[in-house]
Design a protein around this ligand. Structure first.
Ligand SMILES: Cc1cc2nc3c(=O)[nH]c(=O)nc-3n(C[C@H](O)[C@H](O)[C@H](O)COP(=O)(O)OP(=O)(O)OC[C@H]3O[C@@H](n4cnc5c(N)ncnc54)[C@H](O)[C@@H]3O)c2cc1C
Length: 307
């Protein structure tokens, strides 16, 4: 049942008619649980609260799969404004971006140009930018672009996320390791076929642990982005037994999910970071969060009856 629900929700996440309907229902859907607001000020207010608890942030101005150059240019301007706002407020946060928001599907060179503008600004301000990893159809293009950018900007300014549900990620990690990259490890949030991705959760989880361990043993920085407490415990034991310094990794979670667990990790002295999305283009992001835990749909329905 939950597999079917997951597939349905992920299918809906790319359907434009559903998007129009669901967006009209926004106020009744509990979107604020996952997206604190539409303005950068909303995100910065949350970051200040988190920073006060010893937790860092990464901000994402919501949007993906744009279909016109003007939308991609507007998204680039917004990313630049976001970097400037983070800098002006002095908060401990970097930026996350999606390449399909910056025009990857329209023209790779145009997308690269937009990314270079963002990275120039980030480097000037001493901030880091991470490329989120999207669906399999864009995976190879994303990696190729990342390789071109890290050559020029280095791992202090740019990082990438990789998905453990894809078979290819182990080989990709080896290929990228010459750049000593800062990688965010995630399980993967899109609907993919068995030809390219593990379908069994056990395989995805084991692959996740293997990837993080090999990356840490190679001496590179890992952002361990998961709400899976069993994986977190396994990796805590691994770093202890292998003497990996706490400065070589951090734990990351999404805004609104398992926040108490992340606070606990921060209190235990681990580096921690919350991914905070903001903006009005929340549909795809929100549907993926529902798909990760279909019980979330039931919580929303129950909350309607409590009104
Ligand atoms: C910081 C961060 C950045 C990410 N960036 C990307 C990216 O760039 N590309 C990408 O494809 N994916 C990304 N993801 C999403 C990721 O791929 C997974 O879809 C998501 O994190 C759920 O997997 P999990 O590792 O938490 O493990 P799971 O096994 O799915 O979940 C473990 C437990 O966490 C809780 N949980 C998980 N998800 C939810 C939820 N939505 N609502 C309520 N509880 C939940 C549940 O209790 C669940 O049992 C990111 C995730 C994080 C934390």
């Amino acid at each position: 049942m939950s597999t079917l629900m997951r597939k349905t929700l992920l299918g809906m996440s790319k359907n434009q008619t559903m998007e129009r309907i669901v967006k009209r229902l926004g106020p009744y859907l509990g979107t604020r649980r996952f997206v604190p607001g539409e303005q950068i000020e909303d995100a910065i207010a949350r970051i200040k609260e988190l920073n006060a608890e010893g937790v860092m942030a990464t901000v994402d101005h919501l949007g993906e799969f744009v279909t016109s150059r003007s939308e991609a240019e507007a998204a680039t301007e917004q990313a630049l404004l976001t970097l400037k706002a983070l800098d002006a407020s002095g908060v401990e946060s970097y930026l996350s971006v999606k390449l399909t928001q910056l025009g990857l599907d329209l023209d790779e060179r145009f997308c690269e140009h937009n990314m270079r503008r963002i990275l120039d600004e980030a480097r000037k301000l001493g901030r880091f930018v991470r490329i989120d990893i999207e669906d399999y159809a864009r995976n190879e293009k994303t990696l190729a672009l990342f390789e071109r950018l890290i050559q020029d900007f280095g791992h202090e300014t740019i990082g990438l996320a990789l998905q453990s549900y894809l078979y290819k990620t182990e080989a990709d990690l080896k290929r990228l390791s010459v750049w000593a990259p800062n990688i965010r490890f995630v399980k993967g949030a899109y609907q993919e076929s068995r030809e390219v991705a593990f379908s069994d959760k056990k395989d995805v989880d084991q692959h996740y642990i293997r990837l993080v361990e090999s990356h840490l043993l190679a001496g590179h920085y890992a952002a361990i982005a998961t709400h899976d407490l069993a994986i977190i415990e396994t990796l805590k034991s691994f770093v202890n037994s292998h003497g990996i310094p706490r400065t070589q990794f951090e734990f990351q979670m999404l805004y609104g999910i398992r926040s108490m667990s992340l606070l606990d990790l921060a209190r235990q002295g681990y580096r921690t970071r919350v991914y905070i999305p903001y903006g009005d283009d929340w549909y795809g992001y929100y549907m993926r969060r529902l798909a990760e835990r279909p019980e979330n749909v039931m919580f929303i329905v129950k909350s309607w009856f409590k009104r």
